[in-house]
Each structure stands twice: as C-alpha cells, then as structure tokens.
Design a protein around this ligand. Structure first.
Ligand SMILES: Cc1ncc(C[n+]2csc(CCOP(=O)(O)OP(=O)(O)O)c2C)c(N)n1
Ligand code: SF4
Ligand SMILES: [Mg+2]
Length: 354
C-alpha cells in the first residue's frame, strides 16, 4: 500500500512593517541552532544559520558541507544543532541532500516514516556552492528534489585561511589575491553571478537572493523555499569579519549597505510566472559608503573605486531603478581618492593573520 506524502506549510511574516525589523514576535523562541558554537564574533554565516533554522523550525533535517560552518560549529560528538544534522564532503552537499529528500519520500510512501515530510535543507559556503560543489547542487536542482539549497556567501574560502572564491568581489583582497605592484587591485575578476546562473539554468526552481541585513526577507524566503514543492535555491550575503576586516558589530549594517550601494541586488524568481521580482531599496548610496568599512578593500586606488561604482550603476539599471546623477558622476576616477584615505576607512588589510 502506498501512503500519501503530506507536506507542511510554514507561515510568512508580514513584510509591510519593514524588512529590517530585528524583533520578530511571531518566531518560535526555540533555536535549532543553539548558542555555544565557536564561530568568530560577528560571524555573518552564524547569523544566517540561526535565522534560517529558526524559520524552518524543529521538524527539520539539515546538512552542512565542509567549511567554517562545519569546522567552527562541530567537533567529534558535539554540535550546536537541536535538529538532525550531517556533515558532507565539500563537493557533495547537493547529492547528499538529494538522497535525503528521495529517502524521506520513499520511506513515507512505504509507511516506514510517519511523516509529515520534514523541512530538508543544506547550507553550503560559496566555495562549496559556487565552486567545488556546484555540480552536485545543479544536479539536485535540475532533478527537482524537494529541498532548500542555501549558499551562505562570505565571498571567500574562509575556513582554510581566506582564499579567493568565485564570489570574491573585484578588488577584494584575499590571501590568494594579494595586492601589489603587478596587480594593484588584488582580485581582477568580477564575481560569479551564482544566483542568476541557478535561476536561468533551472527555471522550474524557486530562486532568491537575500542578506543578513534583512531578517524578515531572509526568513520569508527561507520559508517560501521550503514551502515550494520541488527544489529551491537561496543565495545569502553573509559578511566574514575575520576575512573582510571590519568592526564586529557592523555585520547587519553591511548586509544593508551592500544593497543600498547597488552591489547586491535582492530579488526572487518565481518559477510559476517565470519572472524576477526585484527589491528597490529606499536608499541609494555611493559604493565608498560600503567599501570603506572593510579592510579588504583599503588598498583600492581611485580607478578601482570608479570601476566598482560603474558596476553598481549597471545593477541599478538592471533592477529597474534610476541612477541619480551624483552616482553617475562617481564613475569618474577623478572624483575619488585612495580608499584608505576616505573618512571612516578601516586600516588596510596586509594579509597578516587573515
Ligand atoms: C575537495 C576538497 N578540497 C578542499 C578542501 C579544504 N577545505 C576545507 S573547508 C574549505 C573552505 C570552504 O569554503 P566555503 O565553502 O566558502 O566555506 P567557508 O569556509 O567560507 O565557510 C576548503 C577549501 C576540502 N575539504 N575538500
Ligand atoms: S572566519 Fe568568517 S565565516 Fe569563519 S567563523 Fe570567522 S567570521 Fe565566520
Ligand atoms: Mg566561503
């Protein structure tokens, strides 16, 4: 006899009160990601883990490929999770999670698991989701396994010592992209547009971007991804204070400024309508408001800053917003100085201890 697979629906929070509320009374008190882990102070991925698992709730199973959020959270026989959790090799987050999803479906159909179908998710770093493990995640999305595939993006291979990854931004200093006479900007390439790749390449999936700057947005997109029957992909901007060199209290602020400076478009892709919905932030800032908060950009010269501003202006157009003349003017290198001469600039990151 075949049993029905009953799925759950998680409620969405009211977005009309604003995306940037901190206190969300409708959320459960319980944290499936409990306090007592060992991530750095201000760790963006840890904030994201906490919000995503709070949004998912206790009837959840979660996987984590190798990366900071495996190594810093778990030692032998010890994890901060109050829900079932498994570590996977860095390349296998997608295939492992496919197996979990297919396994739960089969067990429920055969009457070997009472159900309902649990919230199944994996949270992989950018090195895993955008690079070493992208094949297995793309395969899982394409086969449409009913699970949420999250990339927590700290724009580097953090756990092994802040090496460049495909999502490290242009001019982002890492230990593999040091700046110097030959390459003054450090990193020369633009970041891989991972979320757009996932949406364009898997048009039957729910795909969205978000940041730790907007808890309501992050929680609702997590729940929409889990409620969607089939595969969903969430790309979340998560600052890494060790690698990026900023004041530890500024993680959430960075999560907003990156959007307000046009460098991280926040959107969702609806597979039913095959359409993108773009968030239009109420504030538009020069990119220096964002870059100068981080030591990883302190070496940038005027022409590098102007180039980043030109990229941000293209993003504004892409999401359907006007580019104010003041931001157009900042595409001119003559309007900039070296970044570490900007007011409030963080000290230059020379790579020592990174
Ligand atoms: C196949 C393979 N190559 C390299 C490593 C070494 N390694 C362990 S963690 C890590 C960094 C992963 O980066 P990311 O996925 O971005 O997670 P983060 O550390 O930034 O949280 C690397 C390269 C590995 N474990 N497996
Ligand atoms: S190195 Fe970065 S990602 Fe890793 S625990 Fe520290 S802040 Fe978090
Ligand atoms: Mg990373």
């Amino acid at each position: 006899m075949t049993h029905e697979v009953v799925r759950q629906t998680l409620p969405l929070l009211d977005e009309e009160d604003g995306r940037d509320l901190y206190y969300l009374p409708d959320l459960p008190e319980e944290d499936p990601y409990a306090a007592g882990h060992r991530t750095c102070a201000g760790c963006g991925p840890a904030i994201q883990y906490r919000w995503v698992l709070k949004a998912a709730g206790q009837d959840t199973v979660v996987a984590g490929p190798t990366g900071c959020m495996y190594v810093a959270n778990s030692t032998y026989l010890c994890t901060p999770y109050t829900v079932p959790w498994a570590h996977t090799p860095i390349a296998s987050g997608g295939s492992f999670t496919s197996g979990m999803a297919a396994g739960y479906e089969a067990m429920i159909r055969k009457g070997r698991y009472p159900g309902p179908y649990p919230n199944i998710l994996v949270m992989a770093g950018d090195g895993s989701a955008a690079d070493i493990g992208i094949g297995s995640i793309s395969g899982a999305l394409y086969r449409n396994h009913d699970a949420l595939f999250v990339c927590y993006d700290n724009e580097c291979y953090a756990n092994t010592g802040i090496q460049t990854s495909p999502t490290t931004p242009y001019a982002g200093m890492t230990t593999f992209t040091p700046y110097g006479k030959a390459i003054p900007e450090g990193k020369k390439l633009p970041p891989k547009n991972l979320a757009k790749m996932m949406a364009e390449g898997h048009p039957h999936c729910y795909v969205a971007t978000t940041t730790v700057g907007y808890p309501v947005d992050l929680i609702n997109k997590t729940r929409k991804g889990l409620n969607h029957v089939g595969a969903a992909f969430l790309h979340c901007y998560t600052p890494c204070q060790k690698g990026w060199v900023y004041q530890t209290s500024m993680t959430v602020e960075l999560g907003r400024r990156v959007v307000e400076s046009g460098l991280w478009p926040v959107w969702e892709y609806d597979p039913a309508e095959r359409a993108y919905r773009y968030f239009h932030p109420p504030v538009q800032r020069p990119v220096t408001d964002y870059l100068a908060m981080q030591g990883r950009f302190g070496h940038m010269l005027a022409e590098h800053v102007a180039r980043v501003q030109a990229g941000a202006n293209r993003n504004w157009e892409l999401i359907g917003m006007d580019v104010p003349q003041a931001l157009r003017d900042l595409e001119d290198p003559a309007r900039h100085q070296r970044l570490h001469d900007e007011e409030y600039s963080m000290p230059v990151n020379r790579g020592i201890g990174a």
